[in-house]
Design a protein around this ligand. Sequence first.
Ligand code: PLP
Length: 371
Amino acid sequence: MTQSFFPPQRTLMGPGPSDVSPRVLASLARPTIGHLDPLFVSLMDEIKGLLQYAFQTSNELTLPISAPGSAGMEACFVNLLSCGDTAIVCQNGVFGGRMRENVERCGATAVMVEDDWGAPVDPHKVAEALKNHPEASVLAFVHAETSTGTRSDAETLCKLAREHGVLVIMDTVTSLGGIELKVDAWGADAVYSGSQKCLSCVPGISPVTFSPRAVERIQARAHKVQSWFLDMQLVMGYWGGDSKRAYHHTAPVNALYALHETLVILQEEGLDNAISRHQRNHKALVAGLEAMGLSMAVEEAWRLPQLNSVCIPDGVDDARVRGRLLRDFDLEIGAGLGALAGKTWRIGLMGHASRQRNVILCLNALETALK
Ligand code: PLP
């Protein structure tokens, strides 16, 4: 007989998922109710308001997509692009490459602006691309590149897009709740995130928000969005402002209890306090790593506090060290991804896992594993 599954109690300090708090885990065990139950519809309204707070937006079309961050990404591209369109896509890590895939699968052309992995997106190159491609209708970039631990200057990139009248698609999967993110003040148009990073919710939900400009573009589409599930005009019927909600798909009811609880916790702590906590723990971790003789892979100004890329010292066996942390300390840290595989470790201090206790645990465990 196959037995029930009881996972060990790990400490998740990789690139996500991050540790889910007991309070959020407990919310999952509450009774399932119907996804059109009036009480559930009220919960949906609260989730929307809480997401508007997290994204710092008053966008009416703000909701959690019932699927992981990649679905949020795809929702932004398939709704804003049509066959024959052009999008400028910035790539400085893995996820810019995934954006390119999305553009091309829409039958659109991706004009790539490339930067080194571990460096931020260069606004000068973006300004050049916008000037040279007046046919472009979208600028897409990743705010917090999880593959490298690098932040890009989202505010400046959005400003450039505004000056050229193009819409911005911004990936905030790793930034939401961990670093400053101001959707309305910066003027981003289609923004997606994930539940499993700095929100510390269970994986599998993708918060998204669309500006009135983006909604206008969606409503003016000449052709149907090729994805039925991610067609925002259909999803709006379920999540829209109208109190008469139409069935679109069966929402992941208990996962949305968890998202609600996560966002209530964020509201209780306050966004600014959560951001300061991420910064404080990051500083402590970096000080400890440097005291051990390790060096950071990203220049200080562009480091993500929630995802710390550390250079693996010469002669150290990457997989052996990570294996030891998992076996002896129940501690997960991330391997380098793509071009940085075998060269860096990625140490996450995301959401509920961004705690002093975890900083100390990680430093002690790494010191032991490196002996
Ligand atoms: N974008 C970024 C920056 C990510 O870090 C991730 C996941 O790590 C994704 C998109 C995709 O999210 P998911 O794995 O939830 O589909």
